[in-house]
Ligand binder design. Structure first.
Ligand code: B12
Ligand code: SF4
Length: 452
């Protein structure tokens, strides 16, 4: 029997103009870690983002950052460009002090435009372990596969969003057979509704300190919004059994005294009577005391009186609603996930449940291809009128999404050839109808005004 291979998993730095730790953890990589361990592999995790300069009340906070040279394309942008996470020498030290040389290195990737941090990690690991195969997966690898294959320096780039497939590939590459059945995956078939083979809990135990965990109760989304990569990243929409989710919440709160949990779902609230309501009723019944966060937007269409009350009683502190625009034609054109009437109703229910207007954050998308500044101004006014707090987010064009073709026509940047131009900070689809100056002016004006 061969010795179990040693797999080194790395979550790379973020490289950006700005980054805030809204409960970021490399969830996909942590699932892979736990599946590997279940199959007898030995796993070491290095999370380059596990290094904060300041943590706030709910476990969110600022990353430690190091100013780095801007990529050439960004030279004219008057902002610092930083590497967020551990100082470089700490990564080198950790690689040097590894008890044993790895047999394979698995690296994840977040946003498409964070790839410089990924490349740097690959370059450094290659200096230490020249002959060890490096496998790259994650969001950048999946959405910008050709770019990653050509430029990343990884030996293998995987587009898969399926943990079991990732682990099978690692098994092939190391020649170490798997013990678990191939059915233990939650990628499933398109439109299959319930995840049958539960994955082991993500390997958060690999961290020495846990200020929060993130959790997903489902994969994918039943909608198909033209600007969103969810339908590309996960086929179909699948949910876990809500009682198993409660079991996981109890596990983290009981065994690790976790007080903050962020839901990473794309569609947590869909069909609430089958999923969110039984889940949260059980959490409330069991008296689990924990703050829940939804940095990713909630579907406000599903927020009726009962859902709003459960959100409040259950301990959801940061409510974020995905409204995007009050322009009805644009709502329909981009996928029809919500209407103005549904929005007004949702805010009404949330307020009745106990939330203040300031606590109801409503995402509005700014800079969609061809969008005019006036449309966003109207949307801000509409959200305020309903008594909630508008939050502007700049559109990030994502390859393979339906809107990407239109974005290519409107963007002054080569968003097809260069993923750095997907960075929302540069306002990728600026045009004469909505310039970066318009956007900054809008943001400034919002800062000085307060939600009613
Ligand atoms: C949670 C989340 C966030 C969180 C945390 C992000 C993070 N962890 O890095 C927060 C709230 C911070 C966030 C912010 C934003 N986000 Co976001 N977010 C997500 C979300 C919903 C889930 C990501 C996730 O963790 N999934 C769960 C895990 C299980 O999947 P995974 O890590 O990808 O791993 C899987 C595979 O990739 C693979 N894998 C992963 N690693 C590896 C490694 C190896 C070796 C192998 C073999 C396989 C493998 O295995 C897993 C199998 O399922 C995605 C949408 C989605 N459906 O993915 C959007 C998404 C990533 N976000 C997106 C966007 C646009 C944003 C914002 C820019 C929005 C905005 N305009 O403000 C901001 C960025 C702000 C900033 N500068 O920080 C876009 C991507 C944009 C891009 N260009 O890349 C996405 C895809 C959503 C969309 N609109 O389409 N986001
Ligand atoms: S509803 Fe949300 S997660 Fe689903 S496709 Fe639309 S934007 Fe993406």
């Amino acid at each position: 029997m061969m010795n179990p291979p040693h797999i080194l998993l790395i979550n790379p730095w973020i490289t950006d103009f700005a980054a805030y730790n809204f409960w970021i953890k490399p969830l996909g990589l942590l699932y892979i870690a736990s599946l590997l361990r279940e199959n007898g592999f030995r796993v070491t995790l290095i999370d380059c983002l596990d290094f904060y300069s300041k943590t706030k009340r709910y476990g969110d906070g600022n990353f430690f950052k190091t100013k780095i040279e801007k990529p050439d394309f960004f030279k004219t942008i008057p902002r610092y460009y930083c590497q967020y996470g551990i100082p470089e020498e700490i990564l080198s030290k950790r690689l040097l002090l590894l008890e044993e040389k790895p047999d394979l290195i698995g690296i994840t990737s977040g946003m498409t435009y964070w790839y410089p941090g990924v490349f740097k990690v690959i370059e450094i690991t290659k200096k230490f372990f020249k002959k060890v195969p490096v496998v790259l997966g994650g969001i950048y690898a999946t959405l910008c596969y050709d770019h990653a294959k050509k430029h990343s320096g990884a030996d293998i780039v995987l587009k898969s969003r399926n943990e079991q497939e990732a682990v099978e590939r690692i098994s092939d590459l190391t020649g170490f057979p798997l013990r678990t059945s191939p059915n233990r995956t939650d990628s499933g078939e398109a439109n299959s509704k319930l995840i049958t083979g539960e994955l082991p809990y993500p390997a958060f135990d690999l961290y020495t300190q846990l200020n929060y965990v993130c959790l997903t109760t489902s994969r994918g989304c039943p909608f198909n919004c033209s600007y969103c990569a969810s339908p590309i990243l996960s086929k179909g929409f699948k949910r876990r059994d809500p009682m198993r989710v409660v079991g996981e919440i109890e596990y983290w709160t009981d065994h690790y005294q976790v007080k903050n949990i962020a839901f990473y779902d794309d569609a947590l609230l869909i069909e609430p009577s089958k999923h969110f309501i039984p889940l949260m009723r059980e959490v409330v019944k069991k008296g689990i005391h924990c703050h829940f966060h939804t940095p990713n937007a909630l579907h406000l269409k599903e927020i009726d009186e009962e859902v709003a009350a459960l959100l409040f009683q259950g301990g959801f502190r940061t409510i974020r609603l995905g409204f995007e625009t009050s322009d009805e034609a644009m709502q329909i054109e981009t996928g029809g996930k919500v209407s103005n009437q549904e929005f007004i109703q949702a805010v009404k229910h949330l307020k009745k449940a106990g939330y203040s207007g300031e606590e109801i954050g409503v995402y509005l998308i700014a800079g969609l291809p061809g969008q005019r500044v006036g449309e966003v101004e109207d949307s801000i006014a509409f959200v305020r009128e309903a008594g909630a707090r508008p939050i502007l987010v700049e559109y990030s064009p994502i390859p393979q999404t339906p809107l990407f073709e239109k974005a290519k026509k409107f963007s002054p940047f080569d968003i097809e050839g260069e993923p750095l131009f997907h960075n929302n900070t540069i306002f990728p689809c600026q045009w004469e109808g909505f310039t970066l100056t318009d956007f900054k002016r809008l943001k400034e004006r919002m800062r000085t005004e307060v939600a009613r």
